[in-house]
Design a protein around this ligand. Structure first.
Ligand SMILES: Cc1cc2nc3c(=O)[nH]c(=O)nc-3n(C[C@H](O)[C@H](O)[C@H](O)COP(=O)(O)OP(=O)(O)OC[C@H]3O[C@@H](n4cnc5c(N)ncnc54)[C@H](O)[C@@H]3O)c2cc1C
Length: 387
C-alpha cells in the first residue's frame, strides 16, 4: 500500500522494507524448494529489533501497537509470503498470555529471549480429533508434586522442529467434570523437551520452510513455575490473543495479494499477444482492478480493527472481518495473478503459483471462514447460534 495513515505506520513500513530488501525472490524460492527454515531472515528481523514490536520496552520490545504490527506483517508477507510471515508471526501475539496474565518473573525470563530471536516458540492448541471446537481438547496435564505430567497429542504445530519452547493449552480438569466447558483448560509456557515430545513433520501444500507437525506428549513434566496465570482459566487467556492474531493474518493475506497484483500488473503490461500488451484487454485489466479494490477495503478493515484494539475497545467483529476479508482478497489476487500469467503462471520462476499456495493458509487458519461467518451472524446480527 503506498499510503500509510500515520507517520508511525510509514516509519515501520520503511524500516521493515529495508530488511526485506535483502531477501529477494531467489531466497524465498530456494526455501520453498529445500524446506530449510529462513534462519537468515528471522535473524535479520531480530537484529533490526522487529521481533519485539508489540512487546513493552522494559522487556526489550518497542511497545508499539497492533496497528504497527499489522503494517510490519503486511510488509513481510508482501516480501516472502507466508514463509516469511510465519517465521516471525508468533512473536507478535504468542507471548501475549504471558504478558497479560504471567508473573513479573515469567515476563522477565521469557519475553526478552523471544525479542532477541534466541528462543523460538511453537503454539499447541489444535488436536487431531478436535479442530475448531477447542473446549473439547483432551491433552491432559495431571497435577503432581511440583508440577504437571502431560500426555496427549496436538496437530499442525508450526515450527515444532525449531522450537525451544511451547505455549501449550491442556486440560487440567476433564470436560465432563465442569458445567462450563471453557473452564478446566490451562495454559503453560514451557521448555520443548524433545525427550518427552515426539515431533512428526506434516508434508503440505505451501510454506514448506516453516514446518507443520503432529506432536505427541509422553509424560512431559511441566514445573509449576511454567503455569501461566490461574489453573483452569487458559481458554479465556487464549481468547485475549485471538483478536490481534486475526488482524495480523488479515494483514498478511493483503500483503500477499498486493505482491501478486504487482506481479500480475507488470506482466500484463509487458506480455504482448496479438501485437499488443495483454493488459490492454478489459478481460485482463478489470479483474486486476477489482483485486485492488478488494485489497484496499480489506486493509482498511485491518487498520480499523487494530485501532480499536489499540484503543482497548471491543473489536471482535472487526478483527474477524479483517481475517476473512484479507485472506479472501489475497487469495483472489493470487489466483488472478496466476491466470494473468497464462502458462507462465504455472511456472515457479514467476512466483505467483507459490503465492497462491501460500495464501491459502490465511483462509484456513487460525479460524475458518465458516466459523467467522457464524460469529458475525450471531454477535453482530443477533441471529441464533448455529453450532
Ligand atoms: C499451515 C497451518 C498451520 C497451523 N498452525 C497451527 C499452530 O501453530 N498451532 C495450532 O494449534 N494449530 C495450527 N493450525 C491449525 C488450524 O488452526 C486449524 O487447522 C484450523 O483452526 C481449522 O481446524 P481443523 O483443521 O481441525 O478443522 P475442523 O474443525 O475439522 O473443521 C473442518 C471444516 O469444517 C468446518 N466446520 C466445522 N464446524 C462447523 C460448523 N459448525 N459450521 C460450519 N462449518 C463448520 C470448518 O469451518 C472447516 O472448514 C495450523 C493449520 C495450518 C493449515
Amino acid at each position: 500500500m503506498e499510503r500509510d495513515l500515520t507517520e508511525n505506520f510509514r516509519l515501520v513500513r520503511e524500516g521493515v522494507q529495508s530488511v526485506c530488501n535483502n531477501f529477494g525472490d531467489d531466497y524465498w524460492l530456494a526455501r520453498d524448494t529445500d524446506g530449510v527454515f529462513p534462519h537468515e531472515f528471522h535473524g535479520a528481523m531480530a537484529e533490526a529489533g522487529w521481533l519485539g514490536i508489540t512487546m513493552p520496552e522494559e522487556y526489550g520490545g518497542s511497545g508499539l501497537g497492533v496497528g504497527e504490527a499489522a503494517v510490519m506483517m503486511n510488509t513481510v508477507a508482501a516480501c516472502g509470503a507466508m514463509t516469511a510471515a510465519s517465521s516471525v508471526h508468533i512473536n507478535m501475539f504468542g507471548p501475549h498470555p504471558i504478558l497479560v496474565f504471567g508473573t513479573e518473573e515469567q515476563k522477565q525470563k521469557h519475553i526478552p529471549p523471544l525479542v532477541r530471536g534466541e528462543e523460538k516458540v511453537s503454539f499447541g492448541v489444535t488436536e487431531p480429533n478436535v479442530g475448531l471446537d477447542t473446549t473439547n481438547i483432551t491433552t491432559f496435564a495431571e497435577k503432581v508434586d511440583g508440577g504437571y505430567i502431560v500426555n496427549g497429542r496436538k496437530i499442525w504445530n508450526s515450527t515444532a522442529q525449531q522450537a525451544t519452547r511451547i505455549l501449550l493449552l491442556a486440560r487440567t480438569q476433564k470436560r465432563e467434570e465442569n458445567k462450563d466447558p471453557t473452564k478446566g483448560i490451562t495454559i503453560f509456557y514451557t521448555e520443548f523437551d524433545r525427550k518427552k515430545i515426539e515431533v512428526q513433520l506434516i508434508h503440505k501444500m505451501g510454506r514448506k520452510a516453516v514446518d507443520s507437525n503432529m506432536i505427541f506428549f509422553d509424560n512431559l513434566f511441566i514445573p509449576d513455575e511454567d503455569l501461566i496465570g490461574e489453573e483452569g482459566m487458559g481458554f479465556r487467556y487464549i481468547l485475549h490473543a485471538m483478536n490481534p492474531e486475526r488482524i495480523l493474518v488479515g494483514a498478511e493475506g493483503v500483503g500477499i495479494g498486493q505482491d501478486a497484483l504487482r506481479r500480475a500488473s507488470k506482466y500484463a503490461l509487458e506480455r504482448e499477444v496479438f501485437g499488443r500488451p495483454i493488459g490492454m484487454n478489459q478481460g485482463i485489466q478489470h479483474p486486476l482492478a477489482e483485486n485492488w479494490m478488494e485489497l484496499e477495503a480489506a486493509w482498511l478493515m485491518c487498520v480499523k480493527a487494530a485501532e480499536l484494539f489499540d484503543a482497548e475497545q471491543p473489536c471482535g467483529a472487526e478483527a474477524n472481518a479483517s481475517k476473512f476479508l484479507g485472506a479472501k482478497a489475497g487469495y483472489n489476487a493470487a489466483v488472478q495473478a496466476v491466470m494473468t500469467h497464462g502458462g507462465m503462471g504455472y511456472a515457479k520462476e514467476y512466483h505467483v503459483e507459490r503465492l497462491m499456495r501460500e495464501v491459502m493458509i490465511t483462509r484456513i487458519a487460525p479460524v475458518s471462514e465458516q466459523l467467522i461467518s457464524s460469529f458475525i451472524a450471531e454477535r453482530v446480527l443477533g441471529l441464533p447460534k448455529s453450532y
